[in-house]
Design a protein around this ligand. Structure first.
Ligand code: ZN
Ligand code: ZN
Ligand code: ZN
Length: 364
């Protein structure tokens, strides 16, 4: 029914047009060629005309043409968490057009790492993802709130400058003593500073020796940043930086026993090793800067360094040979710690096997 009405209206309109043309000047016009009066542009109509010998003009209006550009201008880069925005600018009229959303980044899972390295004197060296404490390893700071602790913006800035950066500078300075170039790249996520909502729903167990040193902390943070798994977060950084050595520091503003998860199981896995750092120790509030040695200690773990207090016999040897070594104990003032030849060897700053490694008591 509707369709028929529309056809009827169209036919009547056509007849009116035809009769106007036929009877307006009493003869059948003989039109000349079409000529351009104005070209259509992206902001104005075009106008063409043809003329009959009788002087009658027939005008044809052309709709504006599309804006022209080959290039996109990015207003906001897409991140792992949020889509971005882009638009084009017309090269003729300079108007913006084609506002479009850039989909948020997805990361294809990297192939799992296979450990093949076996060095009897440094069994944790060159395992997992962090293998070279040299060049430009990436440090990812993730300031995490949980149900019983919170970071303020000021606390984050103070902790970053007095603890984290001091620890990183300390490691860079010590690497240079072994002629190793080390220059950390730093990324940072936090709720009040750059509006990433990093919240562990629950309470992060402060006592790793008596609790769960699991992947939970980084996995929760990864979900908040926009990754599905901690491995996807690792893959993301690996796709941005030409580097496998991504150090995740999960930072909690409460007392606890800091730890480092460094995969030592040979085999194939997709697991982002990481550190969980508590700003204070159990039952002890650190002054500003006192956590720097702990941070440096845990980063060294990521690259293969081992604790010197893991057995009494090793601890006793260490007290004699490396009394201030950062793997033996972490001083409130990091400048009172040192990095001896065994620790340097364990992270690959030197390949000279230290004397202590030939002592069977070191391994008991
Ligand atoms: Zn005519
Ligand atoms: Zn235009
Ligand atoms: Zn340790």
């Amino acid at each position: 029914m509707k369709k028929r009405q529309i056809v009827g209206v169209a036919i009547v309109f056509f007849l009116i047009t035809l009769s106007l043309t036929l009877f307006s000047c009493g003869h059948s016009h003989e039109w000349g060629e079409w000529s351009v009066i104005e070209h259509a542009t992206c902001i104005s109509e075009g106008k063409w005309e043809r003329i009959c010998a009788c002087g009658e003009r027939d005008i044809k209006i052309l709709q504006p043409v599309a804006h022209a550009s080959n290039d996109w201008i990015v207003d906001k880069e897409a991140t792992l968490k949020e889509p971005g925005q882009k638009h084009q600018v017309c090269s003729v009229c300079n108007q913006s057009f084609n506002q479009e959303t850039i989909p948020s980044i997805t990361v294809n899972s990297l192939p799992a790492i296979t450990d093949t390295h076996k060095d009897p004197f440094r069994p944790r060296y060159e395992l997992a993802n962090c293998r070279n404490l040299k060049g430009k390893p990436v440090v990812v700071l993730i300031f995490i709130d949980d149900n019983e602790s919170h970071w303020t913006k000021d606390e984050i800035l103070t902790f970053t400058h007095k603890d984290v950066l001091v620890a990183l500078n300390y490691l860079e300075k010590n690497a240079s003593k072994w002629d190793v170039d080390l220059d950390f790249v730093i990324e940072s996520y936090s709720t009040p500073v750059n509006n990433y909502e990093i919240k562990y729903e629950g309470i992060v167990n402060p006592d790793v020796l008596n609790g769960d040193a699991t992947t939970n902390v980084l996995s929760h943070a990864a979900a908040d940043i926009g990754s599905v798994t901690n491995w996807e977060l690792y893959s993301y950084y690996k796709s941005i930086y030409p580097n496998d050595d991504i150090i995740f520091l999960n930072l909690l503003n409460k007392p606890g026993i800091s730890y480092s998860i460094h995969s030592i199981m040979p085999g194939t896995y997709q697991f982002a090793e990481h550190c969980v750092i508590f700003a204070d120790y159990l039952g002890e509030v650190y002054p500003d800067g006192a956590c720097a040695s702990t941070i440096a200690h845990e980063i060294l773990h990521q690259f293969g360094a081992e604790d010197y207090y893991s057995s009494d016999s090793r601890k006793n040897l260490a007290i004699q040979k490396y009394p201030n070594d950062i793997m033996l104990w972490a001083n409130d003032n990091i400048e009172n710690n040192s990095i001896g030849d065994c620790t340097a060897f364990s992270v690959g700053w030197t390949d000279v096997v230290p004397e202590v490694c030939y002592n069977h008591r070191w391994w008991e």
